[in-house]
Design a protein around this ligand. Structure first.
Ligand SMILES: [Zn+2]
Length: 313
């Protein structure tokens, strides 16, 4: 609960919040009463954003490493007070909607393979990785998506109605639309802003539809697990929103940004924001990994303010 990512417009009345805790207590106790590790599922880590102005490349970097280490640390902390500990199943969802977010399936495969290697390199780990390829082995990626939607998909119209009703679904829809616009708004994009907005709004419904189908598959595959989410969640939601790395943007994720060392601690920013504040790019094993802010850089400077509107690399 200490790392809860709450929706900014629907906060808890007090902390700790009984309403938020109560939703998850039953599931946690299911594991504790059996003396087995508490199981969490986290649909996350799809693939890197295709917009190279936001990220350093297509493969996991320091932003992912920090996030995975953080998830490991949470499991370690649980083990300090509950001997059986906890385990987190990272359910990489890139394959589920790669065609809708315009990421090549080959990039999803590469990202997932490197993510698995990264988890292994962190050491004896409480983390594991599950993706659509594990559910439907041996099929083409397109066939996997068809099977997912055939078994678990619901009508697109249903999600449109839910979004129109407002609340949590509208918030999610707006968040996803913003990511889609940002990801497609690369220096190569030739069309109008309005056309891009329109197209991304339509694609956002599809992403929500696929994500919900993926959620249903996971609920069946891991029926007892506590559900985590990387998106901000309202007080008392069935999913517990968690923040993986510190960021000034409540919606920013490691795969939409890059890690910046701002003097002994890391923050997530978009790549162009790190460049605009004059941070130095750091390579690890010959690959771009993260940024290091210059010591003279005033820490209070908001990087966004230094980027002129529309300025991009
Ligand atoms: Zn609450």
């Amino acid at each position: 609960m200490a790392h809860q990512r709450l929706a900014t417009d629907d906060r808890c009345v007090r902390r700790p919040c009984d309403r938020c805790i109560e939703v998850h207590r039953g599931r946690v106790m299911w594991f504790v009463s059996r003396g087995i590790p508490v199981e969490f599922v986290l649909p996350a880590f799809p693939a890197k954003s295709p917009n190279t102005a936001k990220v350093l490349g297509a493969t996991p970097d320091m932003a992912e490493r920090l996030s995975l280490q953080f998830l490991c640390a949470i499991c370690d902390r649980v083990r300090q007070i509950y001997q059986a500990g906890a385990k987190i199943i990272v359910c990489s969802d890139g394959r589920v909607f790669s065609d809708l977010v315009q990421i090549a399936d080959s990039n999803v495969s590469c990202y997932q393979a490197e993510l698995r290697a990264m988890i292994d390199s962190i050491g004896p780990s409480s983390l594991s990785l599950f993706n659509l390829d594990d559910e439907y082995p041996g099929f083409t990626h397109t066939a996997m998506r068809h099977m997912l939607m055939g078994f678990y998909g619901e009508e697109l119209e249903l999600f449109k109605q839910q979004v129109h009703a407002g609340g949590e679904q509208l918030r999610l829809y707006r968040g996803i639309t913003r990511f889609l616009v940002e990801d497609a708004d690369t220096p190569d994009y030739q069309g109008s802003r309005a056309a891009l907005q329109r197209e991304c709004r339509e694609r956002a419904y599809g992403v929500i539809q696929r994500s919900k189908a993926w959620g249903k598959l996971l609920a069946q595959r891991f029926p007892d697990a506590v559900r985590l989410s990387i998106h901000p969640q309202a007080c008392g939601s069935a999913k517990l929103g968690i923040k993986l790395v510190e960021t000034s943007d409540n919606w920013l994720t490691p795969w939409h940004g890059t890690a910046v060392d701002v003097g002994g601690r890391f923050m997530l920013m978009k790549q162009y924001e790190a460049e605009a504040m004059g941070a130095d790019l750091v390579y690890v094993d010959g690959r771009p990994s993260h940024y290091m802010a210059r010591a003279s850089e005033p820490q209070s400077t908001r990087p966004r303010a230094l980027v002129r509107s529309g300025e991009r690399r």
